[in-house]
Design a protein around this ligand. Structure first.
Ligand SMILES: C[S@@+](CC[C@H](N)C(=O)[O-])C[C@H]1O[C@@H](n2cnc3c(N)ncnc32)[C@H](O)[C@@H]1O
Length: 234
């Protein structure tokens, strides 16, 4: 276990709330969110994954910083027997995901409304089949690189959480973050990059729907990288 005090002492640097919620979104936050939320109150207790979901799930997939939730909702709709945990502290984003959950009657989504790292430390070893970090904040200034989510400490935890052969997906429109991610992963012996040629990371793979940030980058003329890494067998 990492030092939770250290994590709690560190900050989430993004916004927690933007524009006021519409009444219908506020209703979802008041009424639907409490049914889906992964409790953060007792941060020392290990999470029992099977207790989170009403039905038996075949696998658990995890998304950090789901934004408005369009990617997570797509995955949940296409993989109804997989349980999903999405982490996002931004309330307007949480409300966005709740809108998708309600509209598509998704039963397999749970939400952690805080720093993903607090929950990651409470999950069992080799419990996750796929881990998404899509368009993480790039923190372009060198003095802010330590805030980047892809970093050695978080990768140690992700490696612990992933099942053998499971996939870590990192999407970014920021080419320095792309290089950074490759450097962080390639120096490790517990992950391998799944790419035989440039098309394997320059083209969005099947089963990887666009997210809001990716679409925004495209309208601003930036292409994205789609990096996939396999957790090697222990
Ligand atoms: C640039 S946005 C990308 C959103 C979305 N993934 C997309 O592609 O549209 C990054 C998101 O990550 C969230 N975030 C940043 N650090 C986080 C953390 N430690 N745990 C959970 N979410 C985090 C932010 O609140 C923000 O919504």
């Amino acid at each position: 276990m990492r030092d939770l005090e250290n994590i709690q002492g560190s900050r989430i640097y993004g916004r927690r709330q933007g524009k006021p919620l519409t009444p219908s979104r506020q209703k979802l936050v008041d009424e639907l969110l409490p049914r889906l939320v992964v409790d953060a109150a007792d941060s020392d207790t290990a999470v029992e994954i099977n207790d989170l979901f009403a039905a038996d799930i075949e696998d658990l997939w995890f998304e950090v910083g789901f934004g408005k939730g369009e990617h997570l909702a797509w995955q949940a709709a296409h993989h109804p027997n997989t349980g999903f945990i999405g982490c996002e502290p931004f309330l307007n984003g949480i409300a966005g995901l709740l809108g998708h959950v309600e509209a598509q009657s998704l039963e397999n989504v749970r939400i952690f409304t805080d720093d993903a790292r607090l929950l990651m430390d409470r999950l069992p070893d080799a419990s996750i089949g796929r881990f998404f970090v899509l368009f993480p904040d790039p923190w372009p200034k060198a003095r802010h690189h330590k805030r980047r989510f892809i970093n050695p400490g978080n990768l140690d935890v992700i490696a612990r959480l992933l099942k053998d052969g499971a996939e870590l997906r990192v999407g970014t429109d920021h080419m320095d973050y792309c290089r950074w991610t490759l450097m962080q992963l390639m120096r490790r012996d517990d992950f391998e990059w799944i790419a035989a040629g440039p098309d394997d990371w320059r083209q969005r793979p099947a089963g990887w729907p666009p997210s809001r940030y990716e679409a925004k980058a495209l309208t601003q003329g930036r292409k994205s990288a789609y990096l996939r890494f396999r957790r090697k067998a222990r």
